[in-house]
Write a protein that binds this ligand. Structure first.
Ligand code: HEC
Ligand code: HEC
Length: 494
């Protein structure tokens, strides 16, 4: 069931005039090329269409205690053993002999999912030096690799991956009649010490793709609480979708589930809720991000639509598989890596906020209230409760747990500014899953392409032609500066 914290929110003024919206949008016009990928790390000095300076500032990521990365409470000794095994495999760097490449974005899950703890999201040298800089910069030339670092990957920026919207022909021309949508890995193993010497597979030309407006970027989503997201019943998601209908439609909020093509149940992982389960995401990521074939994806990837040259394939396939051990063996190495990754994420607890209820400062408490009354909570549902899980030997395990995810797990049209031109399942080119906000306090980069590190800018990006969030952002814009600050303080407490 849905649990909006206030029972009868008094929504502030609903819909602003189109004219006012138009004026506001003048300030949202994209910067010079390539606009969507400009890195904006600076808090903004103004918060309204008037451009007047204000004191509303994103307080920035909070430091310790790190409120994430622990296993859920009450795991059995066996579950904990498998969790720890999965955690170790999650950070293990793969070489070509293990299955890396021929195309790849990174060499371990942990390279991209490490902030603020193993399983999280993109690291940066900026805020938490112990986590380290963007690992993709060094990976370009690791092991003698000859890759250049694409323009949208920087030491202090987020880990990124790239999709092409349309088919790019070998000669560099664009075929806009042929959708692509697939991930084009940043690097290849060509020239690496551990690659077959005969492997010839040049990198993609990402600058050309950007110039042709054919590039769509994404940053990693955190995997904390993945086991809870997996165990929320479809009926809970649908009941929450139907709640507060009158106020949602007055504000222009719709929302719909994405569905899995194989069994038509509601999918919920990834920026477009395109993926069904942790097992599926693990296998997909092993193939797509690292290049390692597995039991769900046994063929090596090249650059869509071409398979890789046979000279670039070093191993028998699939490279990750169930280990069939002799009778009498009892070790934790039985599962495939992908099975182990999924176990690790399934038992990874939800992030712990800095405070809760009366232990929070008055500003954070007020921000929590305004988050609901402004209408943010109509999409960012504060919590949903998991169904019955078999992993509940010591209750509650994963059963009946209140997951404070701040998402309805539904897709929403987010307008021309966030539009990325990629369709996945039911999700169209401008539709995204309401991003879960748990753990937000320690996040460094925001929105699907990591275009900003500033929460005020994130809120602005919600508003543009065609966005279901426009009514709510109008409400936000009418708040006093101190109230806006309360919302930002609340967000950084999560
Ligand atoms: C090169 C960086 C990179 C690597 C390596 C990587 N991921 Fe990810 N991960 C991403 C990105 C980007 C997304 C968002 C993808 C999307 O929605 O298109 C993501 C999303 C996820 C999610 C979805 C979480 C949610 O709620 O949306 C899971 C689960 C996940 N990754 C697991 C893994 C596992 C397991 C591995 C190792 C096999 C891995 N990832 C390796 C970049 C990476
Ligand atoms: C119509 C539904 C909707 C409403 C209303 C809404 N959001 Fe969002 N929010 C989204 C979606 C969808 C995304 C992901 C968009 C993307 O990445 O392109 C998002 C992303 C975010 C993010 C970034 C999270 C991340 O992982 O990068 C923050 C922070 C956020 N919203 C805060 C708010 C606040 C604060 C409000 C109210 C002022 C609000 N949202 C209103 C749907 C909504």
């Amino acid at each position: 069931m849905s649990q909006n914290s206030d029972s009868r929110p008094a929504y502030v003024g609903c819909v602003l005039g189109i004219a006012v919206l138009g004026v506001f949008m003048l300030f949202l016009l994209p910067l010079p090329l390539p606009p969507a990928f400009a890195q904006n790390n600076q808090p903004q000095g103004s918060n309204s269409a008037s451009g007047l300076p204000s004191l509303v500032l994103d307080p920035g990521p909070r430091g310790s205690p790190v409120g994430a990365g622990r296993p859920i409470a009450n795991l059995t000794a066996d579950q904990l053993r498998f969790f720890n095994d999965g955690a170790a495999r999650f950070v293990h760097s793969e070489a070509v002999a293990n299955g890396l490449g021929p195309t790849f974005n990174a060499d371990s899950c942990g390279a991209c999912h490490s902030q603020p703890a193993n399983g999280g999201t993109s690291p940066s040298a900026n805020a938490f030096p112990n986590v380290g800089a963007n690992p993709q910069v060094a990976l370009a030339t690791a092991n003698g690799g000859k890759n250049s670092v694409p323009f949208f990957v920087t030491a202090n920026g987020p880990v990124r991956e790239a999709r092409f919207k349309f088919l790019m022909n070998r000669n560099g021309s664009l075929d806009t009649t042929q959708p692509d949508g697939s991930v084009h890995d940043l690097f290849t193993i060509q020239g690496r010490n551990d690659a077959p010497a005969a492997c010839v597979l040049p990198q993609e030309d990402f600058l050309a793709a950007a110039t042709q407006h054919n590039l769509a970027l994404r940053i990693p989503t955190p995997t904390f609480g993945g086991g809870f997201i997996e165990m929320i019943d479809d009926r809970t998601i649908l009941a929450n979708m139907l709640a507060n209908q009158a106020i949602k439609s007055a504000l222009g909020i719709r929302g719909k589930p994405n569905r899995n093509g194989n069994d038509a149940t509601i999918s919920r992982f990834g920026w477009k809720a395109q993926n069904k389960s942790l097992i599926m995401f693990s296998h997909e990521a092993y193939s797509v991000e690292i290049g390692e074939t597995n039991q769900m994806f046994p063929q090596k990837r090249g650059f869509f639509p071409n398979p890789p040259p046979p000279q670039c394939i070093a191993n028998s396939l699939p490279e990750d598989q169930t280990n069939y051990l002799p009778i009498g063996s009892d070790t934790v190495s039985v599962p495939s890596d992908d099975d182990a990754f999924a176990t690790f994420m399934r038992f990874l607890d939800q992030p712990t906020p800095a405070c809760s209820g009366p232990t929070c400062s008055p500003s954070i408490q007020n921000g929590n209230r305004l988050f609901t009354t402004t209408g943010c909570a109509l999409c960012h549902t504060p919590s949903m409760t998991t169904g019955q899980s078999v992993f509940s030997v010591n209750p509650p395990g994963l059963s009946g747990v209140q997951a404070n995810l701040f998402s309805d797990l539904l897709l929403h049209h987010m307008g021309v500014r966030l539009h990325d031109g990629i369709s996945q399942g039911n999700a169209g080119p401008d539709e995204f899953r309401t991003a879960p906000l748990w753990g937000l306090g320690q996040r460094l980069f925001f929105l699907h392409d990591g275009r900003t590190s500033d929460l005020l800018q994130v809120i602005r990006e919600h508003q543009s032609t065609g966005s279901e969030a426009n009514g709510v952002i109008n409400n936000f814009n009418q708040l006093k500066p101190a109230e806006k600050q309360d919302i930002l303080n609340f967000l950084r407490s999560l």
